[in-house]
Design a protein around this ligand. Structure first.
Ligand SMILES: *C1O[C@H](CO)[C@@H](O)[C@H](O)[C@H]1NC(C)=O
Ligand SMILES: *[C@@H]1O[C@H](CO)[C@@H](O)[C@H](O)[C@H]1NC(C)=O
Ligand SMILES: *[C@@H]1O[C@H](CO)[C@@H](O)[C@H](O)[C@H]1NC(C)=O
Ligand SMILES: *[C@@H]1O[C@H](CO)[C@@H](O)[C@H](O)[C@H]1NC(C)=O
Ligand SMILES: *[C@@H]1O[C@H](CO)[C@@H](O)[C@H](O)[C@H]1NC(C)=O
Length: 576
């Protein structure tokens, strides 16, 4: 036990080191899962089998160097080894070590579509033109057939090697579409078409032939007195093919976005020490899918891209800004072009009564809660509109409409307040028809409409309808101020017989300036309205001849001229 201790510690340290490295391999970079033997842990289908299990081909040649698979006696001398993968993988190369002499003719094929169609990756024959009618890559580079691995010697331990990306070919980016078209597969098939006989001796004594002078066999695979074989059989004519090891090196297909893969459909963590290359990527860079081939649900602000294997750029997916109100978003080409290619994400199913591409607005019937930040679940609260004072919404009588930002409801005439719950100043009689204007010079009781006698300290400009130029009302009339009864001080609009508005033409500007007005302006009257207690005159100011305390600029303004004189008449008519 004590002798083992140091070794254990080393192993633990090594694992810790590995873990530290892998934790950051995808950080800010394109990354790839470890390469392994795709055949490990999977069933290799063969047509015949004489006396050994086909999985013995794919076991670790270092741990089990003396194990092999042996074909049965096939009528036509043909056999086939098929590896069915449960998904798409990348294959980088295939290395086979034969116990028998290598086949005189064999092919290596792949399928992308789970075995429906097959494509030849490479043909192997001693004479390519006679066996397959193909040129030989010994004489013609990149040819589909090769004669390099089909000689009958060595009688055992001979290798057959295939590289997906041949050495002459430049492939900078393994995640590029052209690289993937070369590397990916769902099935691998090795067709053993014609066996060789060992030329120097009968096959049954092949063990003695292993150190032929022509080509040294791989010493790792020299059978050692069949110490592991359950059958102490030697190689016979009845098994034309025997293979020590089949290495199909590859990785799971993750487009540069993962460094680990898990079993398909399996949950949980990778079993440590597992030799099998699994197919489900553990995606990083905010990607998702078995092959990290899409963006994660909330990361579709840009189109998905594979990592760049040559520059190392990870090309991660970008998060959509949904202010915490959506679980997913989708990419919209239209939005992408309208933003000039900066953002194309549209949030899906905005929650918490929000709406909009980024869940940035409140839904109809809800208003922004000013005290809450936009990403709060309580950012939007239901509108509350007084059913009496607000204009009813026709749509299915749900929430009464209010402005999604201010919460202002649609009020009936004369009604004011955010929720339309009371009469505007100068109005009375809150009810289903709204409020009526007071028939008074100043204001009236909002319930009864009775005029209130508060003209002395009541200032008309204290009115919330804009009130841009309150200075205008600091005007003390020079006319004689006889006191008028309340009855008399009533709008000319309602009691036209009691008073009338006089129109006076101003002869010249200098005349007008001589009169003590706060403002003298040249303006066009756009509208004039008697609001009961006050008048609102919309003017377009063209020229300011004299200005009051508050500066008046050119443009459109609402004025509140002193509409009520001591005579009690509203005459919201300005001189030109
Ligand atoms: C106008 O009335 C005020 C009080 O309301 C009074 O102080 C002032 O003397 C009066 N002016 C004239 C000209 O009668
Ligand atoms: C081959 O070996 C594998 C693993 O050792 C085993 O699961 C499988 O059942 C064997 N197959 C046969 C036909 O013996
Ligand atoms: C291959 O076979 C063809 C015809 O079968 C023959 O003409 C050619 O010489 C052979 N090539 C070699 C290298 O043996
Ligand atoms: C091989 O098998 C035969 C019988 O089938 C047995 O007598 C012999 O000892 C075996 N040889 C070895 C090396 O196991
Ligand atoms: C990957 O990066 C290289 C070098 O920066 C660049 O030339 C190439 O276009 C990139 N590939 C893709 C698919 O963007």
């Amino acid at each position: 036990m004590t002798r083992l201790r140091p070794r254990v510690r080393v192993a633990v340290l090594f694992l810790g080191f590995l873990h530290g490295v892998t934790a950051s391999r995808c950080a800010g970079r394109a990354c790839s899962p470890a390469v392994g033997n795709l055949a490990s842990g999977r069933t290799l289908h063969t047509q015949t089998s004489c006396c050994s299990n086909s999985s013995l081909m794919a076991d670790d040649p270092f741990l089990h160097p003396g194990t092999w698979w042996e074909s049965g006696a096939a009528a036509a001398g043909e056999d086939e080894i098929r590896l069915d993968l449960e998904d798409r993988f990348c294959l980088t190369h295939v290395v086979m070590v034969f116990r028998s002499p290598r086949p005189a003719a064999m092919t290596l094929e792949r399928s992308w579509d789970f075995g429906r169609t097959w494509e030849m990756l490479k043909a192997f024959a001693e004479n390519c033109s006679s066996a397959f009618g193909l040129p030989d890559d010994v004489s013609q580079q990149e040819a589909l057939c090769t004669s390099r691995y089909s000689r009958s010697i060595p009688c055992t331990g001979g290798e057959v090697i295939f590289r997906s990306i041949s050495q002459g070919r430049r492939m900078d980016d393994p995640y590029s579409p052209e690289a993937l078209s070369i590397l990916t597969l769902t099935n691998l098939r090795i067709r053993l078409l014609r066996p060789h006989r060992c030329p120097a001796a009968p096959l049954s004594s092949s063990r003695g032939q292993r150190n032929t002078p022509h080509q040294a066999p791989n010493p790792r695979f020299s059978p050692r007195a069949s110490r592991r074989s359950p059958h102490n059989s030697t190689h016979t004519d009845s098994s034309p093919y025997a293979i020590f090891s089949l290495l199909a090196r590859g990785t799971c297909l993750c487009h540069g976005h993962a460094e680990q893969c898990l079993p398909q459909g399996g949950q949980g963590r990778l079993q440590s020490g597992g030799v099998q290359v699994h197919g489900r990527c553990v995606c990083t860079h905010h990607t998702a899918g078995v092959h990290c081939e899409t963006c994660a649900p909330l990361y579709n602000d840009r189109p998905w891209r594979a990592g760049n294997g040559s520059s190392g750029e990870p090309n991660p997916c970008q998060k959509c800004e949904c202010h915490g109100h959506a679980q997913s978003c989708h990419f919209s080409q239209r939005v992408w072009s309208s933003t000039g290619g900066t953002s194309g994400g549209v949030c899906d199913r905005c929650q918490h009564y929000t709406a909009g591409r980024r869940c940035q607005r409140c839904r109809p019937g809800y208003r922004r809660s000013p005290a809450r930040p936009l990403d709060s679940p309580q950012a939007c609260t239901r509108c509350w509109c007084d059913p009496v004072g607000s204009v009813p919404v026709r749509t299915d009588g749900e929430a009464a409409w209010c402005h999604p930002r201010s919460g202002q409801c649609h009020c009936k005439p004369g009604v004011g307040g955010t929720s339309c719950s009371h009469c505007l100043p100068g109005h009375w009689g809150f009810g289903l028809d709204g409020c009526r204007p007071c028939a008074c010079p100043l204001t009236c009781d909002s319930a009864t409409g009775h005029c209130l006698q508060s003209e002395t300290n009541r200032e008309f400009y204290d009115i919330p309808l804009g009130g841009k130029i309150p200075d205008l009302t600091h005007f003390h009339p020079h006319e004689e101020n006889t006191s008028w009864s309340n009855e008399l001080s009533i709008s000319a609009l309602y009691y036209t017989g009691k008073c009338s508005c006089k129109e006076r033409k101003v002869k010249s500007v200098s005349d007008l300036c001589r009169i003590k007005h706060s403002y003298v302006i040249k303006a066009r009257v756009l509208s004039a309205q008697d609001k009961g207690t006050h008048a609102v005159v919309q003017v377009k100011v063209r020229k300011v001849l004299r200005s009051g305390l508050k500066l008046l600029s050119q443009g459109t303004h609402s004025l509140y001229p002193l509409s009520w004189t001591s005579r009690g008449c509203t005459c919201p008519v300005l001189n030109p």
